[in-house]
Write a protein that binds this ligand. Structure first.
Ligand code: ADP
Ligand code: XUL
Length: 632
């Protein structure tokens, strides 16, 4: 039997599962879509909303429990060999919190395999709602928190982010105020990832929050080597007297992303046929999991072009900034924290095995695909092809063909830059050198809107990524991975390569039956936590000291080498001619096993963008100011 691994992803709209082989190939996926498969909850897009203007967005906690029951039924229908699964881990939407009742532990410990979880866990929660990341009901709490901590920059320096309405700290603060009795009746507070982890183990213990996920709470001190729940933040949230109780409700935090925190619950073994040898390791947030899916190295990035645009940048240093977020790497063997030292009286047993702490920064933009779509619809008859043709017609012709028209699209109040609003377009009036830049109602010709929005969005990615990587504009990303709906557009990827000045890559898989590489269209979050489960199991079952502490990236590399040799052996036995084999590889610009380059930067065009960055930055400041004036 070859061990298999399972990754779960509890996202806004669905609970997804990926089944992986021991060389980390994706074998199969199933999902429960909340609106479609559990319609009795009445969710739209996976969530419910509070009264108009309240900003409240949530999902029922029982929706996730029922989704897990249903997912396991779907796994059965799909005949997954669950008895061979040896490791499992879960990704969950970041920031979203789950509130356990006082009897939760005893209910978890005694679930009966003859019934489903839904019927047995109804009383396990002190709050029926999980605040969703789209919730914006906590503006007042964010203001109070920042004021108490000395401002947005100070809070970012301590916890990796300024206060955000969706972050857990402000959410807990509001819950305490609105429902003090329910808060009192709360034994523990989990994030979605640690909530699912507790359900997987079902041993009565509420499992610890993963340290990378803890960074999305506005409560975890990242700024000192010993980290820990930040006492000044806890006091600002719960008052001097309540801060201790809050710390207890938050519980321990897992600094080693590959530690085995339990084995799969006997309920899974008896009811669904799992093996009692299947181990569970800490889950993590969905963005940390996405980061992990490509085993990003220092200086590498990931751009997700979905409804919103997200940029993740891997770094070896802590770079907090009020404009974006800093997180710990989600699969590292972190140094002992103050919490652990307190618990054991000394450094934990992994001291000496720990790796230098690693980080990543995350930029989140609200005006991503929807802003691009608006231009496509207004100017290009809703056709991406026509949009792309306009972009191709206006790309820089050489290094001196600098930007002369640019714009800023913030129809929704933007996160980066903070609170930017409106749509602003500018034209530089002199052909040679820089002249006066004028604000205009539209570009000349208007088809310029297509390239202007792409260039401007990517200039923003570039200038912020450079700031994260070293503060200078020449400081570039080494390569980026592109994901999300718009990454299927090759023109968009090509502009991204030019503006960022680096290769743009995508995951690909080799399909033996068709003897060719194809885009890997799996769900990166659940796959990445499947990688983490495999890493954890490998360490757990190894006898060699070296393997027990193998860093995640080394394990990942080892598995991709195994996949490469397996593929080569398959090609050999298939009798494929040498020439045909190289055609298969050349058809995809392969960078390494499972990674293809989809766009390379053009040196001349890239230089033109480098020459344009200061001009663009000054205009971004101007647009920000003009937007604020108009909003007054
Ligand atoms: P979500 O954030 O919901 O996961 P996706 O990653 O699925 O979103 O991306 C959806 C977005 O992708 C859509 O809003 C659409 O504008 C964009 N998109 C899809 N195909 C293309 C394309 N060919 N070119 C540009 N954008 C595209
Ligand atoms: C990130 C964020 C969202 C959620 C989606 O800060 O709020 O991307 O993680 O589940």
């Amino acid at each position: 039997m070859r061990p298999l691994f399972l990754g779960l992803d509890s996202s806004t709209q669905a609970l997804k599962a990926s089944l992986l082989s021991n060389d980390l190939s994706v074998l199969s996926e199933v999902e429960v879509r909340f609106d479609r498969d559990l319609p009795h909850f009445g969710t739209r897009g996976g969530t419910l909303s509070g009264p108009p203007e309240s900003g409240i967005v949530y999902s029922p906690v029982m929706l996730l429990v029922e989704a897990l029951d249903l997912l396991l039924e779907k796994v059965k229908v799909n005949r997954w060999p669950v008895q061979d699964i040896r490791g499992v881990s879960a990704a969950g939407q970041q920031h979203a919190s789950v509130y356990w009742s006082l009897q939760a532990s005893s209910l978890l410990a005694k679930v009966n395999p003859r019934s489903d979880l839904t019927s047995q866990l109804r009383h396990a929660f002190s709050r029926q709602e999980i605040p969703n990341w789209q919730d914006s009901s906590t503006t007042a709490e964010c203001g109070q928190l920042e004021e108490a901590l000395g401002g947005a920059a100070k809070l970012a320096e301590l916890t990796g982010s300024r206060a955000h309405t969706r972050f857990t700290g402000p959410q807990i603060m509001r819950f305490m105020k609105e429902k003090p009795k329910d808060y009192e009746r709360t034994s523990r507070i989990s994030l979605v990832s640690s909530f699912i982890t507790s359900l997987l183990c079902l041993d009565g213990e509420i499992k610890g929050i993963d340290e990378s996920d803890a960074c999305g709470m506005n409560m975890w001190n990242m700024s000192t080597p010993e980290r820990g729940w930040d006492h000044s933040v806890l006091m600002a949230i719960a008052g001097r007297r309540g801060s201790k109780a809050l710390e207890e409700k938050l519980g321990r935090v897992e600094s080693d992303g590959g530690r085995v925190v339990g084995t799969i619950g006997s309920w899974f073994v008896q009811r669904h046929g799992f093996s009692p040898e299947c181990v569970v390791c800490p889950g993590t947030g969905d963005n940390p999991a996405t980061f992990l899916s490509f085993s990003l190295q220092k200086g590498e990035g990931l751009v997700s072009l979905g409804t919103s645009d997200t940029v993740l940048v891997s770094t070896s240093t802590y770079n907090p900034d009020a404009e974006y977020h800093a997180f710990f790497h989600p699969a590292q063997i972190g140094s002992p924290m103050s919490q652990e030292k307190k618990a054991t009286g000394s450094a934990k047993n992994n001291a000496g095995k720990v790796q230098k702490m690693r980080y990543f920064n995350m930029l989140v933009y609200k005006n991503g695909s929807l802003a691009r779509e608006r231009i496509r619809d207004d100017y290009f008859d809703s056709s991406w092809d026509t949009f792309n043709q306009a972009v191709e017609a206006s790309r820089p012709k050489d290094a001196h063909d600098v930007l002369r028209q640019t714009g800023f699209w913030w129809p929704k109040p933007e996160i980066i830059p903070d609170d930017a609003t409106g749509v602003h377009k500018y034209i530089d009036s002199v052909e040679v050198n820089r002249g006066q830049t004028h604000k205009v109602t539209d570009f000349d010709p208007p088809s310029r809107n297509a390239s202007a929005i792409l260039e401007s969005q990517m200039m923003s990615f570039r200038s912020r990524a450079s700031a994260i990587l070293g503060g200078k504009d020449e400081c570039k990303l080494d390569r980026v991975f592109a994901t999300g709906g718009a990454a299927s557009n090759s023109t968009i990827c090509s502009v991204m390569a030019d503006v960022l000045g680096c290769n743009v890559c995508k995951p690909v898989k080799y399909v033996a039956e068709e003897a060719r590489w194809k885009n890997a269209d799996y769900n990166v979050c659940s796959v990445a936590v499947g990688y983490k489960a495999a890493w954890s199991w490998y360490r757990h079952t190894s006898r060699e000291e070296h393997d027990m502490w193998i860093p995640f990236d080394d394990f990942f590399k080892k598995c991709s080498e195994q996949r490469a040799s397996k593929r080569k052996a398959m090609v050999k036995t298939s009798g494929m001619a040498k020439e045909e084999e190289s055609n298969v590889v050349d058809a995809m610009d392969l960078l390494e096993e499972g990674v293809a380059i989809v766009a390379r930067p053009d040196a001349q065009r890239s230089q033109a963008y480098t020459y344009s960055i200061d001009w663009w930055k000054a205009l971004e400041d101007r647009a920000l100011g003009e937007g604020r004036e108009l909003a007054k």
